[in-house]
Design a protein around this ligand. Structure first.
Ligand code: NAD
Length: 369
């Protein structure tokens, strides 16, 4: 009998339902043609959940998320929900899921597909063939540290405070995720910190060094964040895996994203700690938002969502073969010239969201035959 995995599909808002529709077709293809059957359940999140239930994330959706083998999310947000109170905003749904599932590791690959290398703002030879991944700590650091806030001083001026806080346990668990990844990839890990100025990140560096003792096959280097920002645009191909703090990762992963030329091509994964039953809570989502400007027009690029499913195959289901099959199909369809509007800069034949879905299924069928 086939192995069965359950995936919670959270379409969300804007272009979310459109890109997820094409991703469902891809998942169904793998159910029919691979060794695993994927059972899809559906839930509401973000603005869609607010409209139906008055809140961006319900207990029902959370329960479905914690029971599923993995979660795939489209996108949340839109102008119609912008004036809501902070706790009702669609983005709170996303943050709530991350928090409740304990997703502390955010994986953002930056891959430049050969056929799209010319779409990057950097020179083609700098980015062609780029394949790196940034591991960002997602639940600690300065975005969550206490004390925080703004207070009024006796002289009438104000003082703003945020605190960069990490425990060595938090550093160790994110370092292990990064070392494990590097071990499966090209065996190079660069830990990014600001150890020359911030004591907290000196402790980060020392802890990463200690964890390294368990991964002798991985070459570890350290880099200050200012240098890392410079190196990312000077010579990004020197990197295999980068691991860094929440705030540095936030900034560097957006910088790395731009190297690839298009938001519509970028997948991501967020992983939690292994449960007693062996499952790792995980949520996969395109990096892009709900793109209200093109929502409902069949224009959105579904490849970031589809590549997010490829990451799910690789990291949640340990199915490297299927992940490679899917990523190779994406490469071939790009070589064939199929392009949604957002990646037309590199030339080619413009297709709609659903035609991009057709194109990927065509390539998958070609693999199978
Ligand atoms: P956005 O990513 O939605 O869009 C930025 C630009 O990129 C737009 O011009 C859009 O048309 C284009 N774009 C994005 N994804 C695309 C795709 N798949 N195919 C083709 N073009 C694409 O960012 P924004 O405009 O700053 O935000 C819009 C809404 O999305 C806001 O409500 C914001 O809060 C929300 N948002 C959600 C997430 C998320 O769900 N993870 C992330 C970022 C922003």
């Amino acid at each position: 009998m086939n192995d069965v995995k359950t995936i919670l599909m959270l379409d969300g808002d804007g272009i979310g339902p459109e890109v997820m529709r094409e991703t469902r077709r891809v998942i169904d293809w793998f159910s029919a043609n691979g060794g695993t059957r994927y059972e899809l359940t559906n839930g509401l999140v973000g603005g869609a959940s607010y409209d139906a239930h008055g809140q961006p994330l319900t207990d029902d959706t959370l329960k479905l998320a914690s029971e599923a083998d993995a979660v795939l999310l489209g996108a949340v947000g839109g102008p119609q929900w912008e004036d809501l109170n902070f706790d009702k905003k669609p983005e709170r749904g996303l943050l709530g899921l991350r928090k409740e599932l304990g997703l502390f590791a955010n994986l953002r690959p930056a891959v430049v597909f050969e056929a799209l290398a010319e779409a990057s703002t950097l020179k083609t030879d700098i980015v062609a063939g780029l394949n790196m991944i940034i591991v960002r700590e997602l639940t600690g650091g300065i975005y969550f540290g206490e004390p925080r806030g703004v207070e009024k001083l006796p002289d009438g001026s104000r003082k703003g405070v945020n605190s960069l806080v990490y425990t060595s346990d938090e550093v160790e668990r994110i370092a292990r995720v990064a070392f494990d990844l590097a071990k499966k990839r090209n065996g190079r890990l660069c830990s990014v910190d600001k150890a020359n100025v911030l004591e907290c990140t000196l402790m980060w560096r020392e802890t990463v060094e200690q964890v390294h003792a368990d991964y002798p096959q991985v070459a570890l280097s350290h880099m200050y964040v200012d240098n890392a920002a410079m190196q990312l645009v000077r010579d990004p191909k020197q990197f295999d895996v980068i691991v860094t703090t929440n705030m540095f990762g936030d900034i560097l992963s957006d910088c790395a994203a731009m190297l690839t030329g298009s938001l519509g091509m970028l997948p991501s994964a967020s992983l939690g700690e292994k449960c007693a039953d062996g499952r790792i809570p995980s949520m996969y989502e395109p990096v892009h938002g709900s793109a209200p400007d093109i929502a409902g027009k069949n224009l959105a690029n579904p490849l970031a969502a589809i590549l997010s499913f490829a990451m799910m195959l690789r990291y949640s289901f340990d199915d490297t073969t299927s992940a490679d099959t899917l990523e190779d199909a994406v490469k071939r369809l790009l070589v064939s010239g199929a392009r949604t509007a957002d990646i037309m800069e590199a030339g080619g034949r413009q297709v709609s969201t659903s035609e991009m879905g057709d194109a990927i299924l065509f390539e998958l069928e070609n693999t199978a035959s």
